[in-house]
Design a protein around this ligand. Structure first.
Ligand code: UDP
Length: 240
């Protein structure tokens, strides 16, 4: 079976890197994740990744404790760079070529984000990791993922989560919650379904980028998604 999506933008939350831990990075989980990513690179898929920082620091929680919000958000962006380097290390251990590109310049450790350069890396088969979100406070890495997906002309935004798709209610709290296999951007926005924040969903909608929400922790899922198998939930179609 061939691949459905040639160029993908994978959004990994910081929490995903936590694995079973309550803070920081779980190296064992990172190793498994790197192998999953390798399996799709070997299929010829171009992989760009936006990584979150919630396992280390979130701007909102700093702000609720009295910090200046913008300062706290910059700390959050720096946290994403820590994760980006950890992911780069894990991918390189699997013999993948990688580049970290940051939205805030830190040339000693990563390339600055330059759109054309990112695309060139992808064409050459390198895994591109975008760090520091959008580079702006008051945004999230979900929005950064939607923005980068649009900029690099990604065929899909793959939103990796801990649940296996979008449900009518939180499946961990409500046992009557039903999984939705397919839904439109309009349904997501009008029903206030929390797939990603609304800025991220709007950007995907306006640029007609499908979103697949899936459980990245299940081995083989990433490969199934890029092959177009019905894993997780797919958001596309009718706009608002
Ligand atoms: N952040 C930001 N601008 C961006 C992306 C991220 O200010 O464009 C900050 C924000 O404080 C956020 C933190 O970085 O809380 C970590 O990112 P996020 O919470 O999106 O990570 P995730 O939930 O995916 O782990």
């Amino acid at each position: 079976m061939g691949i459905k999506y040639k160029r993908v933008l994978l959004k990994l939350s910081g929490e995903a890197l936590q694995g079973a831990n309550s803070y920081g990075i779980d190296p064992e989980f990172l190793r498994r994740l790197a192998q999953e990513i390798k399996s799709v690179v070997e299929l010829g898929v171009e992989v760009a990744i936006v990584i979150g920082g919630g396992n280390i620091f979130r701007g909102v929680s700093g702000a609720t404790q009295g910090m200046d919000r913008a300062t706290a958000d910059y700390m959050g962006m720096l946290a994403t760079v820590i994760n980006a380097l950890a992911l780069q290390d894990a991918l390189e251990k699997e013999d993948l070529q990688t580049r970290v590109l940051t939205a805030i310049e830190m040339r000693e450790i990563a390339e600055p984000y330059i759109r054309r350069r990112a695309i060139r890396h992808l064409e050459k088969g390198r895994v591109v990791i975008f760090g520091a979100g959008t580079g702006n406070p008051f945004f999230t890495t979900d929005t950064a993922a939607a923005l980068r997906a649009a900029e690099i002309n990604a065929d899909v935004l793959l939103k990796a989560t801990k649940v296996d798709g979008i449900y009518t209610a939180d499946p961990e709290k409500d046992k009557n919650a039903k999984k939705l296999d397919k839904l439109s951007y309009k349904e997501v926005i009008t029903n206030g379904i929390k797939v990603m924040d609304s800025a991220a969903v709007s950007l995907c909608m306006e640029n007609q980028i499908p979103i697949v929400v899936f459980d990245v922790r299940k081995p083989g899922n990433l490969e199934k998604v890029v092959k177009g198998k019905s894993i997780g939930s797919l958001v596309e179609g009718e706009q608002l």
